[in-house]
Design a protein around this ligand. Structure first.
Ligand code: PBG
Length: 322
């Protein structure tokens, strides 16, 4: 009790605070999401996400080289197709932007971990994450297509595939397809508890994946639910997920904590586009301190229990931690 106990004694200097710090962020915690499209020499700024770009495979290799210099050695790739159609067929095209980029990255660096986002929404003309029949997103026919995309990514050399579609049963379908094609060592990072969130706003411009009708609430989770997140995670683990993700991160730290406590498996959290752009917009107006806000946000995600943080701040945060 006070005055014997004085918590402030351990806050008196930076060295002391470092010694008693419970959570340490490191560049090795980060996965850097990147957008790749066809072409050469492309480095187009993404309006809704200042500091982020659309790259072609060659400039992507340069960007990943620079990230590597900063200490970030894990990347997540999203693809922008040349053409969109009803089934999103470019998703499993071995000549697709993601597949070409994965091969280029693997040829350039032997110490970069490549994760690929597996989904159909960037590739479908309607912008939904599964196939449409009679105006509805159909679950089971989508599984086969997602599995094809995952196998195509694995064939290109991806280390981890990350399904983000939220169709039921897709982890199992992907695991079976990977194993059946000799890719039993390729891991699955499932977007297990992915919420129907307003914080994906800037991403939809970045990936050109806004649904042309309706919204994603018929497959992504209701922000009000956490027990359901645990059921989703349990199902994905039973189906063979190696890492489970909670997304978004900051508004769902309670979910990160519960998932970590309940399962004890590697948990990832996605610091999404809205979380990124919101912080940058406030910092640009001088309303918050950019660097401190970045590190505080990322620390909170790790503190909640995520050992893997997917963040557009990966490079900047890694430099700040140096
Ligand atoms: C596609 C996908 C989305 C994100 C990752 N994969 C968008 C969505 O589901 O609408 C969001 C990423 C971000 O906002 O940074 N299924």
């Amino acid at each position: 009790m006070f005055p014997t106990t004085r918590p402030r004694r351990l806050r008196r200097s930076g060295v002391l605070r470092d010694l008693v710090r419970e959570t340490r962020l490191a560049p090795a915690d980060f996965v850097y999401p990147l957008f790749v499209k066809h072409g050469k020499g492309v480095r187009d700024p993404i309006g809704s996400m200042p500091g982020q770009f659309h790259f072609s495979p060659d400039t992507l290799v340069e960007e990943v080289g620079a990230a590597r210099e900063d200490g970030v050695k894990a990347v997540l790739l999203f693809g922008l197709p040349e053409r969109k159609d009803a089934t999103g067929s470019e998703a499993w095209d071995d000549g697709g932007a993601v597949q070409v980029a994965v091969r280029a990255l693997k040829a350039a660096y032997d110490d970069v971990l490549v994760v690929t986002d597996v989904c159909l929404c960037e590739y479908t003309s309607h912008g939904h994450c599964g196939v449409i029949e009679a105006g509805a997103v159909k679950n089971d026919p989508s599984l086969e297509l997602l599995a094809r995309a995952a196998v195509s990514h694995a064939r290109a050399g991806a280390d981890i595939v990350a399904p983000s579609d939220m169709m039921d049963g897709r982890v199992g379908a992907i695991r079976e397809a990977l194993d059946g094609s000799g890719h039993e060592d390729i891991a699955i990072l499932s977007y297990a508890a992915k919420y129907a969130s307003a914080f994906y706003g800037p991403f939809r411009e970045a990936a050109g994946s806004a649904p042309q009708f309706g919204d994603r609430r018929g497959y992504q989770m209701d922000p009000a639910n956490t027990d359901e997140a645990l059921r989703e995670v349990a199902l994905d683990l039973e189906e063979g997920a190696d890492i489970v993700m909670v997304k978004p991160a900051l508004a769902y730290l309670d979910v990160v904590l519960r998932v970590k406590d309940a399962f004890g498996v590697p948990v990832a959290a996605y610091n999404v586009s809205g979380e990124y752009s919101m912080l940058l917009a406030a910092a640009e107006r001088g309303w918050i301190d950019r660097e401190r806000a970045i590190l505080e946000s990322l620390t909170s995600i790790k503190r909640a229990g995520a050992s893997i943080i997917l963040t557009y701040f990966a490079r900047e945060a890694a430099r700040l931690l140096r």
